[in-house]
Design a protein around this ligand. Structure first.
Ligand SMILES: CC(C)(COP(=O)(O)OP(=O)(O)OC[C@H]1O[C@@H](n2cnc3c(N)ncnc32)[C@H](O)[C@@H]1OP(=O)(O)O)[C@@H](O)C(=O)NCCC(=O)NCCS
Length: 181
């Protein structure tokens, strides 16, 4: 549970301003690439657009996530190089993994980018011998829950008042194939 407490502390109330009107982006190609500290400003901007509920990750948190070589982070980019999606995963010392955040730009949603990021990061985890991935999701975030269920995650627990605003979360888990068998 120490990891859960650490992740809980990542959330900081941030003023995100007015909601934006979303116009779907023209169809384009997408590619997954590693996300490194040189993408920090871009991921911060996209993160604020993805999480508009007033609790968000700070620059300090992203710096922390990017500074640990064991962790994994990927971005999805268009051919023009624009970042339209990201995922961050903490790899714990016991060999399990914790998906800390995933986001897709509002105008690029429902194009399987989120699922693609999940598949990509899970494949990388399997190669590292990681056997389980866990994540937390707000009970109100039914869209993300659908994506996780679609990708093979199941709810294993409900944690009361997990978020700073008092909302509960679902703890979801997925078992990954054992690459040694
Ligand atoms: C959650 C999120 C990452 C999904 O990204 P996405 O690229 O739009 O998701 P995908 O296109 O890969 O969705 C795959 C499937 O998940 C389900 N799904 C995804 N978003 C959904 C939504 N808003 N409502 C219902 N089902 C949804 C659908 O079954 C979808 O398949 P379909 O479009 O063929 O029906 C994106 O909505 C987002 O960035 N949300 C804000 C940040 C967030 O909540 N992150 C998760 C925190 S735990």
């Amino acid at each position: 549970m120490a990891v859960l407490q650490t992740i809980r502390n990542f959330f900081v109330p941030i003023e995100t301003g007015e909601s934006e009107a979303v116009v779907p982006a023209p169809p384009t190609e997408y590619e997954v690439h590693p996300l490194t500290d040189k993408h920090l400003s871009e991921v911060l901007r996209l993160n604020v657009r993805c999480f508009r509920n007033g609790e968000n990750y700070t620059k300090h948190t992203f710096n922390y996530l990017l500074s640990e070589p064991r962790n994994l982070s990927y971005r999805v980019a268009t051919p023009a190089g624009e970042m339209v999606g990201f995922v961050f995963v903490l790899v714990n010392e016991d060999g399990s993994a914790h998906l800390t955040t995933i986001g897709v730009a509002p105008e690029h949603r429902r194009r399987q980018i989120g699922k693609r990021l999940l598949t990509h990061v899970e494949e990388a985890l399997v190669l590292r011998g990681v056997l389980t991935v866990v994540l937390e999701v707000r009970v109100s975030n039914t869209g993300a829950q659908s994506m996780y269920r679609d990708s093979g995650y199941t709810v294993v627990q409900r944690l009361a008042k997990y978020y700073n605003n008092g909302e509960d979360c679902f703890l979801m888990l997925k078992a990954l194939p054992d690459n040694r068998s």
